[in-house]
Every structure is written in C-alpha cells, then in structure tokens.
Design a protein around this ligand. Structure first.
Ligand code: PFF
Length: 476
C-alpha cells in the first residue's frame, strides 16, 4: 500500500516536471494561430522591403524568382519549423535537445536567439520611422513639400539620433505591452483584430492607386519579366527575401509551432500563411509601383521608396491626408505584429532556458530583459546610421545595412538549411508523418514521400547551391 502510494507520488512528480518542461502556452483557436503566424510573416518585409528590392532587381523578373522560392523552399521550410516546434513542444531553446536527447544541435538554438536579436536592431528602427511618419501624416507635415524637401525630411530623420531613439523605443514598448499578457490574451487576440483590418486597408489602397491615370506602366514593370536582370546575387536576394518575409530560419515558427493546438493541420496552416503573405507582398507592389510610375519617380529608389516617394504621391492625390494616414497606420500595424513574434522568440527562449536554474525568469522578467536587449541592438544601428559612431561603418556600409544583409543572406539560409537537414535526417519519418496528420486527416503516402524527399534532398541542396553561388564561391 505504502509502496503504491510512493509510486503514484513519483509518477505525479514526473508528470509535473514534464508539464513544466514543455511550454504550457497555446493558441486557443486555429484561427488565432493562423492570424498570429500571418501577423509575424506579413510585415515591413512585404510592404517596405519587397517593393524596393523588386524595384532594384528588375521588377517582374524578381517577382517570378521570388514566387518560385516561396513555393519550393518557403512552404516546406515553414512546415519544417512547425514540425520541430509542435513535435518537441518547446521553444527554439529546448526543441533540438528534446528531440535528440543530446547537445549536438544546441548551436542552432543559440543561432535562433542571435538571428532575431540582430533583426530587431534594424527592424525596430524602421518601425520607429513608420511611427514618425504616421505622426507626420496625422499632423499634415508632408503637405506642400517638394520632392527634394521630402528627401531632406527623410535624411533629417536619419540624422536626428534622438528622434529615431524615441520612436524606436516607443515601438519596443508597444510590443512589450502586448507580450506582457499570456500568448492567447495578447498575441492571439490582437492578431485576430489587426490582420483582417490590414488586409482590408491594403485592398482599399490598391483600389485607390489603380484608379490613377498612368498606373498601367507600373503594373507592367511589376508583372513583366526582364530575365537579363537575373544574376546569382539577385537569386540569393530573392531567397533571403523569401526567408525574411515568411519569418523562416530564426525559430519564430518553432516557437509558434510549440503553441499550436494539437489538432491543427500543419500543411493547411502553412499553405494559408504562405498565401496570405504572398498576397500582401503582391498588394504592396500593386500599391507602390503604379503610384511610382504615375508620378514619374524611380522604382529603384532603395529603402527610402516608401518614405520619400509615397508621401510625395499622397500629396498629389485627392484625400491626401486620409490616404497617407491610412498607409502609415497600415505599415505600423504590419510592423508591430512582426516585432511581437521577433521578441516572443527571445522571451520564450529565456523563460525556458532559465526554468530549472537558480534564478528562473518568469514571462514578465523575460519581456523586460528582451526589451533591454532590443534597445542595445537598436542603439548600435541608430548610432551607426546617424554617423555618431563612424567606426561602426564597415566596407562603406552602416550597421543597418549589415544587420539586414548578415541575417537575410547568411544566418537565415544557414539556419534554414540546418533545420531542414535536422527534420530530414535526424527525425524519424514516422514522427514527421504523425505531425502532418490530424484526427480527421490521414496523410496520403505519396504526399508524405514527396515532402520527405524535398526536405531530405532538394531543399538543402538548393539552399546550399544558391547560397554558395550568391556569395561567389561556386558558379552555376
Ligand atoms: N516576416 C517579417 C516581415 O516580412 O516583415 C519579418 C520577420 C518577423 C522576420 C519575425 C522574422 C521574424 F521572426
């Protein structure tokens, strides 16, 4: 009798420890997970970065390469990360150890901490620019400024260290306020409201821009492909952009996968997220290029495309106040739903990594530490842009450029490559099959075989080839 009680007690303790080790946060609805993941994916990458990279790399030709990357790598890699997160029930910190019972893949966990932290450096700065432009739009500051004055306005912002700090820190605080709540009360609830709103606003804007005379030239630029513009570097940029846009290769989707309700279908969810994200990137192009051509601007303007060209365009449109407030609100919403997931990776990492240590961090403490780390990264970026720290300029480029380049073209492809090899060669095929199945849906054998071959061979070889080709080590 006594022995049985001891056994029961030990079993209960063991169960509690297991419960404690796996993350207990979950999204409460399927829609919540889809909206939160789409919120992470849809962001400045779609609305600010995609149009200017497409503009610099030939428009339509880039678009085609990008779409191919999304289908061939984006979708399988999104599923790969979800599988790792859902199967382990852990954040990027504990997932690989949980699945292998050793520390051999722990470097990948640390890389999944480093990558989002570096991204926060420049991402919060651009989010800060959006908030600054939103205030300027509300107070009608752009009104009657010439194109040169608008360029000066953007340059002034970049030289105004304090203002950039103020707005970037405001963005960190807004994000931290959402993360302060539990996953389903904060991230989930907010994403379910903001994502449909964002789509609606974008459709409205696209409709407005397409009515401009001359908008068809921009549409041809965006949809007609000139393949002479395609170089290995362009293909690497398209792949990097695909990873960045879908939030792949930095543990965000592992973390969200761990919060996934057990009955959620990974294939369908991933497909929905990919479609939403691509739709928003296309809509952004449809809003920006027709407007750029209708008013005679250069589509290869670079990162300032959205911040210089668009205010000039809004000024010349009827309902200019309304259009510019609408656009910068939309950009702000898209940015904040993404910064939430960037910071959540670090918050989940810290709480899990310290869970059995002497000083465990609860969610609130982890949010504060993550916010402080983000502010350090932002500082490096801002001081380097504004020229206060000249020594932070490497090979003629500031840290803003390097943070973006190193993550999109180096860390994210390497992490993604490692993750696909992990699922293809370390996990068992039957485990992958279990994760792809739900109670109602039995996965077809052909489907699992195709996915398995893609993940084991095609995706890793293709990432490696594009990566080596892009950095010039190997030419195709
Ligand atoms: N996918 C986001 C965008 O397109 O703006 C950027 C991003 C968010 C990357 C979250 C990574 C991440 F974890």
């Amino acid at each position: 009798m006594h022995a049985a009680r001891v056994r029961n007690y030990l079993a209960a303790c063991f169960f509690c420890m297991q419960q404690e080790q796996t993350t207990n946060a979950t999204f409460s609805t399927k829609l919540g997970l889809i909206m939160a993941t789409a919120g992470s994916a849809v962001g400045l990458g779609n609305i600010w970065k995609f149009p200017y990279i497409a503009g610099e790399n030939g428009g339509g030709a880039f678009l085609i390469i990008y779409l191919v990357c999304v289908l061939l790598f984006g979708l399988p890699l999104l599923m790969v990360e979800f599988i790792i997160g859902k199967h382990s029930g852990k954040s990027a910190y504990g997932a690989f150890r949980e699945l292998t019972h050793n520390n051999r893949w722990q470097w990948l966990s640390w890389s999944c901490l480093l990558t989002p932290l570096i991204i926060t450096g420049f991402y919060f700065v651009v989010t800060g620019w959006c908030l600054n432009y939103l205030t300027e739009a509300i107070t009608n500051t752009f009104n009657n400024l010439s194109a040169t004055q608008l360029t000066e306005n953007f340059e002034n912002l970049q030289n105004h260290t304090l203002r950039m700090f103020g707005y970037s820190i405001l963005a960190v605080l807004l994000t931290a306020a959402v993360l302060w709540f539990d996953v389903n009360k904060g991230i989930e609830r907010l994403s379910k409201i903001l994502m449909p709103l964002l789509l609606l606003m974008m459709l409205l804007m696209a409709g407005r821009v397409l009515m401009l005379p001359g908008s068809n030239v921009g549409m041809s630029f965006f949809f007609e492909a000139d393949f002479s513009k395609i170089t290995p570097d362009v293909v690497l940029s398209a792949m990097g952009q695909c990873f960045f846009s879908l939030s792949i290769g930095m543990g965000a989707l592992i973390t969200y996968g761990a919060y996934m309700p057990k009955r959620q279908n990974i294939t369908v969810t991933s497909l929905q997220v990919v479609i939403l994200d691509t739709l928003v990137a296309l809509l952004a192009g449809i809003i920006i290029f027709p407007a750029v051509f209708a008013f005679g601007f250069d589509p290869a303007e670079g990162p300032e495309l959205v911040f210089v060209v668009l205010p000039a365009i809004f000024e010349q449109m009827s309902f200019s106040w309304f259009s510019s407030v609408l656009f910068f609100t939309l950009l702000g919403i898209a940015a904040i739903t993404s910064t939430i997931s960037l910071m959540e990776v670090v918050v989940a990492f810290l709480t899990e990594a310290t869970a059995h240590r002497r000083y465990p961090l609860n969610r609130h403490k982890a949010v504060l530490i993550t916010a402080a780390l983000c502010i350090v990264m932002i500082s490096v970026c801002i001081l380097s842009i504004s020229g206060s720290w000249q020594w932070l300029v490497i090979a003629g480029h500031d840290m803003f450029y390097w943070f973006d380049k190193v993550t999109s073209c180096f860390l994210m492809p390497i992490n993604a490559l490692a993750m696909t090899l992990f699922v293809g060669w370390i996990l068992q095929k039957k485990d992958v099959k279990t994760e792809l199945e739900t109670h109602h849906n039995i996965v077809h054998r052909t489907y699992i075989n195709v996915f398995w071959q893609l993940v084991r061979f095609f995706v890793p070889i293709a990432i490696l080839a594009i990566f080596l080709n892009g950095i010039g080590i190997f030419t195709i």
